[in-house]
Design a binder for this molecule. Structure first.
Ligand code: MSP
Length: 511
């Protein structure tokens, strides 16, 4: 074992149905979790749902349901979505669970005991949709004269007794945290935004509400419920057994990576470490923030009717195809647009043609010309050595790429090898060697099988099902599919199953 690795997705608000934005964060985190497992780490991968607060309370009321029954239903739907997206979570946390209530009460008490909480009065703007407080100067005025949050969410004026967290006292400590580890927040552009926000001065944060009930009560002050972000962020330690620091899961804390959208970076990179430091707990190692998806260039919205349901997308294009597209099409940290045309091109060119045909051509030549048995290695030509070297460099290259969450570059590294292997097979023309030089033909096919094995092994985290099938066809045992297993060559002469296409082309349905 290579040590522990703890990765999280945000926990999703259960005010509505899951959409592709939620699926994206979860799939990206899943790729990372699967990659670390492949690399021999003891991984803990957490996802779940954020079920308290005014926004969820309102959605339950609109649905005419009791909030608990409502959150049970929507949370189950998010869980189903995660399973259908191949998200290999180890735990699914819900903030309405008892373990979480206990954990939040304890976190509150520790922060309080350190002198970081005081009772006051909040008066200012609040956006229920963002569950966030805003200063006057952050707001914009809409054409109808009403005010809106920077996200576009409507805001309302709130005046109520509230407990405050002394966030202002943590400014220097936070700045030191960002400076000591320049990779604490990725990507760099977003880190700079957080730096300037914190340098601009921090105000104390309202951390309790008295105007509604759907939340975790503040210890010793039952009129107050905790601010939903304090409650929500704390899920990451609850799942590790907090406050029981002898729990076996506690070995995973601090988290290695919190994956979050750019819209919720501030909560994770500023408030969360400050809460933890005030409670005397270690802070996470990395907050990795990603950009947003639009659909055919437009913002996704219910009113435009262009919200993409991830399970439907998968029904149309295939799960591994969607996973591949999401990580290939745009840099993790940047924004991107999802379009039918771009999906079809990636599926047909990169998956079906480049990789699918390479495997199909190589494996069917082995089936036909080598009796369906894996040929032994032959004398090595320069071309063989060049291609093999490129493939063997992949695990190391991807390890570096994924350590910085540049998934699209990792996939480009793999496709360089796929393209080189296609050029190799065209140039070596093993089909023509069958009569002229069968020994050389066998050697070429073995090089291709070895290269495909590396490619399929490193791509498993991205496309678990299809790469599993490709490894089956290469005769790689189920328990020998980790990166470390690549050191042992495949057995010469092993019988391979009949080759079958892994990536069908996408064909437009008849109109
Ligand atoms: N409940 C909070 C998170 C609490 S974590 C302690 C929350 N939930 S959310 O359901 O609104 O959003 C969860 C994630 O979905 C965020 O990371 C957000 O960036 C992501 N996305 C929502 N729409 C998106 C796109 N259109 N594109 C990509 N991701 C987007 O925030």
């Amino acid at each position: 074992m290579n040590g522990c690795y703890y990765i999280t997705t945000p926990i999703y608000y259960v005010n509505g149905a899951p959409h592709i934005g939620h699926a994206y964060t979860s799939i990206a985190a899943d790729v990372m979790a699967r990659w670390k497992r492949l690399d021999g780490f003891d991984v803990f991968f957490l996802t779940g749902t954020d079920e308290h607060g005014q926004k969820v309370e309102k959605a339950a009321a609109e649905a005419g349901m009791d909030p608990q029954a409502f959150t049970d239903k929507v949370s189950a739907d998010f869980r189903d979505m995660a399973v259908k997206m191949g998200v290999s979570f180890d735990d699914y946390i819900r903030t309405t669970e008892d373990r979480h209530k206990v954990s939040c009460a304890e976190l509150w008490q520790r922060i309080d005991a350190s002198g970081n909480i005081y009772l006051g009065h909040y008066e200012g703007w609040y956006a229920v949709r963002d569950e966030a407080f805003y200063d006057e100067d952050e707001l914009t005025t809409r054409p109808d004269g009403s005010k809106a949050a920077p996200s576009g969410a409507p805001v309302e004026w709130v005046r109520e007794p509230s407990y405050f967290f002394r966030l202002s006292a943590w400014q220097d400590t936070l700045l030191k945290l960002y400076e000591d580890d320049p990779d604490f927040i990725l990507p760099a552009g977003r880190r700079n935004e957080v730096l300037s926000f914190v340098r601009g001065g921090l105000r104390d944060l309202s951390i309790s509400r008295t105007s509604f009930r759907w939340g975790i009560p503040v210890p010793g002050a039952p009129d107050h419920v905790m601010y939903v972000w304090l409650d929500a962020l704390n899920n990451y330690v609850t799942a590790c057994g907090f406050p029981d620091e002898t729990a076996s899961r506690w070995r995973y804390w601090p988290a290695d990576a919190h994956f979050v959208g750019k819209d919720i970076l501030r909560f994770h990179a500023v408030y969360w470490p400050a809460f933890l430091m005030a409670a005397g707990l270690p802070v996470p190692r990395r907050i990795s923030s990603h950009g947003w998806w639009t659909v055919e260039g437009e913002k996704m919205s219910k009113s435009l009717g262009n919200v993409i349901e991830p399970r439907q997308l998968v029904a149309t294009y295939g799960l591994d195809q969607v996973r591949y597209f999401l990580l290939r099409e745009k840099p993790f940290g940047g924004d991107g647009t999802m379009s039918h045309q771009a999906l079809v091109t990636r599926i047909n060119v990169e998956l079906a043609n480049d990789l699918g045909n390479l495997a199909q051509r190589s494996l069917s030549l082995i089936a036909r010309n080598c009796d369906g048995r894996l040929p032994g290695r032959g004398p090595v030509s320069d071309a063989d050595a060049d291609l093999t070297r490129m493939a063997e460099a992949l695990p190391g290259a991807l390890r570096e790429r994924l350590a910085r969450q540049v998934f699209h570059e990792a996939l480009e590294d793999v496709w360089k090898v796929v393209r080189a292997a296609n050029a190799y097979i065209d140039h070596q023309a093993p089909w023509a060697l069958r009569r002229t030089d069968p020994v050389r033909m066998a050697a070429v096919l073995r090089v291709l099988a070895d290269v495909l094995r590396v490619i399929a092994t490193v791509l498993q985290p991205f496309m678990p099902e299809s790469m599993g099938r490709m490894l089956d066809q290469l005769g790689v045992a189920n328990n020998a599919r980790q990166l470390a297993d690549l050191a042992a060559p495949l057995a010469d002469g092993s019988v391979l199953p009949a080759p079958q296409g892994v990536f069908p082309r996408y064909v437009e349905p008849a109109a």
